[in-house]
Design a protein around this ligand. Structure first.
Ligand code: ASP
Ligand code: MG
Length: 377
């Protein structure tokens, strides 16, 4: 394996970052990659609940800042280094000064600046946690590296400029062999204003880095073992989907599947087809690849959603708009006497949608999940 090939990207999701212990747990798991001879580029989210709290601050709920203070100072204290304690305190004080300037009315530029502190501070804590685990770490600055357009709150990355920045850095990363840590979710415009990439945007940061540096693998770490065939709180028999295509994952995201940011697949489609692994530290159960082999065509995920108060069920997967699959679904519904109020499918989108009567969505979902995923014919 060449040194360049040893690079991968790991995004640590905010749901995993709750206290000092969880930062150390993440660091311990990142160390396993290092021990295997890999050099992961670590992308961190803000700790759990921080982005939501900061959003409320930008909307005038100044008291929510206290929650962010307590959480981050608590973690800094747990990690126990004077240096980090001081750094985090400085950042929080700067954040406080900035939030004092929040006045009535929506200011997207100020909002992004305030939100950015969630990831900025989380990065400092992750670097400290890695060093505490004996892993040499290197802080990168997303505001210098990830260049975006000026759509505040939902910015798109300027791939050309960002690729230049990353490419310039990559040799020094390899030669120092220290684990680089960068904030997810944030970037800056060409003229230096902080932007954010939209909710769940850390995935997009990680996949962009992977695609632009042509990395083989990018790991998105969350608290579940992978993408499931359905929401397990509705369908307890839901299973992990082992392989999906970018198109399928994007389609699931468009229908509001949790934990996937639809923009995340764009750089992978455009520049390089890194394999996206989704899962927990224990198990990366789902692999998302550019093109799935033929035998993996078919339904992957189903969910119920509602649009303008009209419930619908979406089934997502390459080939679900084929006649044979549509017939199968219609037969199941017909046999069980389930009325549908409409069916929608487009040949260029890997999904079918069925509008169902209000109140029947859960039972219909259960029926379809059982017949499509649990009964092998
Ligand atoms: N912290 C941001 C959010 O909660 C970004 C992310 O977690 O990916 O949306
Ligand atoms: Mg988050």
């Amino acid at each position: 394996m060449s040194e360049r090939e040893s690079l991968c990207a790991i995004k640590v999701g905010g749901s995993l970052l709750k206290d000092g212990k969880s930062y150390l747990e993440a660091a311990k798991n990142i160390k396993k990659f290092v021990d295997e001879g890999l050099l992961p580029i670590v992308v961190v989210s803000a700790a759990k609940g921080v982005t939501d709290a900061l959003l409320e601050v930008t909307r005038g709920a100044a008291e929510k800042l206290g929650k962010v203070f307590d959480l981050y100072m608590g973690i800094a204290t747990e990690l126990g280094s004077q240096k980090v304690y001081k750094r985090v305190l400085e950042e929080l004080e700067l954040l406080k000064r900035i939030t004092n300037s929040v006045i009535e009315g929506y200011d997207p530029v100020l909002q992004d600046l305030i939100l950015s502190f969630g990831e900025r501070i989380s990065k400092v804590l992750m670097v400290e946690a890695l060093e505490a685990m004996g892993v040499r770490a290197l802080e990168l600055n997303a505001r210098e590296l990830i260049i975006t357009n000026d759509v505040h709150g939902d910015a798109t990355i300027d791939y050309v400029t960002t690729a230049n920045h990353l490419e310039k850095l990559v040799n020094s990363i390899i030669s120092t062999a220290a684990v680089p840590v960068i904030e997810g979710f944030i970037g800056a415009t060409e003229d230096g204003r902080v932007t954010t990439l939209g909710r769940g945007g850390s995935d997009y940061t990680a996949t962009t880095i992977a695609a632009l540096l042509r990395l083989n693998d990018v790991y998105l770490v969350t608290e579940v073992d992978g993408i499931m065939t359905a929401d397990p709180s509705v369908i307890p028999t839901a299973r992990i989907v082992k392989v999906m295509s970018y198109r399928e994952a994007m389609e699931a995201a468009l229908h509001g599947a949790k934990r996937i940011n639809p923009k995340a697949f764009e750089p992978l489609e455009k520049f390089y087809g890194s394999v996206v692994h989704i899962g927990s530290w224990k198990l990366f159960g789902t692999k998302i690849v550019q093109a799935i082999p033929k035998e993996h065509r078919g339904p992957k995920v189903m969910m119920h959603r509602s649009l303008h108060e009209m419930p619908y069920i979406a089934i997502i997967g390459e080939g679900v708009s084929d006649t044979s699959f549509i017939k199968k679904v219609i037969d199941i519904l017909y046999e069980q006497g389930v009325e549908i109020m409409g069916l929608q499918t487009y040949y260029y989108r890997p999904s079918i949608i069925m509008h169902v009567k209000k109140g029947s969505e859960v039972s219909t979902l259960k029926l379809l999940h059982k017949k499509v995923f649990e009964e092998v014919d």
